[in-house]
Structures are given as C-alpha cells and as structure tokens.
Design a protein around this ligand. Structure first.
Ligand code: C5P
Length: 289
C-alpha cells in the first residue's frame, strides 16, 4: 500500500483545569477530553525521495516544515529509520485557533497513517510518546475517544464512552493566543475549578445531563471581557435547550451538548445567523490502532 486517506477528528474539553505551573514554564493540567465527528480529511502518498510535501485548502496555513503534519512525518521517518518521504494533502474542516486541536489532530493522523502504510511498526503507546514530542494535545489525538488527560496532557486514561448526543460547536471571529492565556492564568488565583471527580462519576454512570452540568473550563475566567461572544454563544446554546455549554481548550470555540437532535439543529441555525463557523457533531469513539 502506497497511499491512504485518514480522518483527523476534532477534540473538545468537557473540562479543563490548570493544576500547577511546572519549572519548564509548561503547566500540569487535568482535562476530560472528547473527540468528535467533525474532522479534517488527509490524503497521504509515500515517496521514495525523502521529500515531505504538504498542501492544504486553507491558503494561510504554512505548508513548509512549520506545518505540524510535516513535523509529524519527519519525526515518524526518523524514529522508524525509514528512508522515505510523503505527499500530505489536508482538507481543513476543523476551525483554526479554536481550542479544538485541529493542528494536533492533523499531526496525529499523519502518525497513524504512516504507521499503517509502514506495516504498523509502532504501537499506540509509541505513537503517543512520539506525538508528545511534537505537541501536548497530540498523544490524545492519536486514538481519541473519551479520556482523562493529566500531566502536560500526555498521561491518558480511557473513560466510559459518552452517551449518544448532539454537539453544537461555534467559533467566534476572534482567536486567543494559547501561551498568552496560560501566562494570564499564572498571574492570578484561579477562583473556581471543575469538579473533575464528579464529572468522572457522571461519565461512568452515563448520565448526560449530569455530565453536561459539570463541564467547566478555568480559562473562561481569564478571557478578555470584550468581545463577550463566549457568553453570548453559551446563552444562545442554553436557550435552545443545551444541557450544558462551555468553551473548549484555550478557545475561542464554545460548544453545547443536546440530548435532542431537533434542538441542536435549531441552535445551529440560530447561531449561523451571527457566526460563520458553526458545526453539528456527535461524539467520536476511540480509534483502534
Ligand atoms: O505543546 P503545545 O505546543 O501544543 O503547547 C502550546 C502552548 O501551550 C505552550 O507553548 C505553552 O504555553 C502552553 N502549554 C502549557 N502547558 C501544557 C500544555 C501547553 O503551558 N501542559
């Protein structure tokens, strides 16, 4: 096999807590992550000449070695000592700079795809470790599913599958710088933390309303007060019947969980009148590596 199509699923944070600041400037995190059906489509073709080429349908994304997909391919060939290159074409559907792990998921999809094309020389754990050298969210994105992520985001514990539901995701026009938001959180005392233990119990018992009610992200507290799209989107989602609504990662996308599809469709329609990037998705189950 010389070529393959791979899907890179978006991630959402059902919860995000910053536990401490580490000596290297990174942070110890405690997050419940969920992959969803919204995905980028990647097509990879092996080359014999060691060249790695990336193309994408988003003109402002870098296609050189700054692209995480190229970095992932380079890392895979180095780790497996394969003398090969590849062409990677990425069709972007996940909004960029949204807190949805779009770039990380593309990197993880490249690692999965190359591992398949090479006859699976690396295990899931080895792919996660390799991914962790490229970005903190990549280990989760290797297999996805419903997961508790701790440490810098690389220590993963599988959780029960999220009950079937409909998720409306809305990315406002503004984006947030991840390092900036982390440094903002360093400069103040975090007043509220998610009830992660309670959330884990709710996931185990499969009660969607309890899960949704316990979603919380510490970064919402340190966002700039203007523009206040985050609270506008949350209000709209809840008014349309969402069981809970929260910002994902360091933003700026916000999502709401619905048990009922008609309400979710209605919320999507309502938000689409104001925002360009509104999506309907469902939870994505773990990928078998
Ligand atoms: O690892 P990654 O490049 O995805 O992280 C992006 C930024 O997020 C880092 O530069 C750092 O500012 C912040 N970060 C952090 N602690 C983590 C993960 C990310 O401070 N555990």
């Amino acid at each position: 096999m010389r070529e393959i199509t791979e899907y890179a699923y978006a991630k959402l944070n059902l919860s995000l807590d910053v536990v401490s600041r580490l000596p290297d400037g990174y942070h110890e995190l405690c997050m419940v992550m969920q992959s969803v059906t919204l995905c980028d489509n990647l097509h990879l073709r092996l080359r014999d000449d060691n060249v790695i080429r990336v193309s994408t349908d988003l003109c402002y994304l870098p296609c050189d070695e700054r692209n995480i997909a190229a970095k992932a391919a380079r890392a895979f060939f180095a780790k497996t000592r394969l003398a090969a290159g590849c062409d990677i074409d990425i069709q972007k559907n996940i909004p960029v700079c949204a807190g949805m792990g779009g770039g990380s998921s593309d990197g993880a999809a490249v690692l999965r795809a190359l591992n398949t094309l090479a006859g699976k020389p690396l295990s899931q754990a080895e792919l996660e470790t390799l991914g962790g050298t490229l970005g903190s969210d990549i280990p989760f994105c290797i297999a996805g599913g419903t997961v508790l992520a701790t440490g810098k985001g690389e220590t993963l514990t599988d959780l029960s599958v999220l009950p079937h539901c409909h998720i409306v995701i809305c990315k406002p026009r503004f984006s947030v710088s991840t390092p900036e938001l982390f440094s903002k959180i360093d400069s103040r005392v975090i007043r509220y933390h998610p009830d992660t233990a309670g959330l884990l119990k709710s996931i185990q018992s499969g009660k969607l309303s309890e899960i949704s009610r316990r979603m919380y992200n510490v970064f919402e507290e340190v966002l700039p007060t203007k523009p206040n799209d985050i609270s506008i989107i949350k209000r709209a989602l809840l008014d349309c019947g969402a069981l809970g609504a929260v910002m994902t990662g360091t933003g700026s996308a916000v999502f709401g969980i619905f048990s009922d599809e008609d309400s979710a469709v209605c919320a999507k329609r309502r938000l689409s009148q104001i925002y360009d990037e509104v999506f309907l998705a469902q939870p994505q189950q773990k990928i078998e590596i």
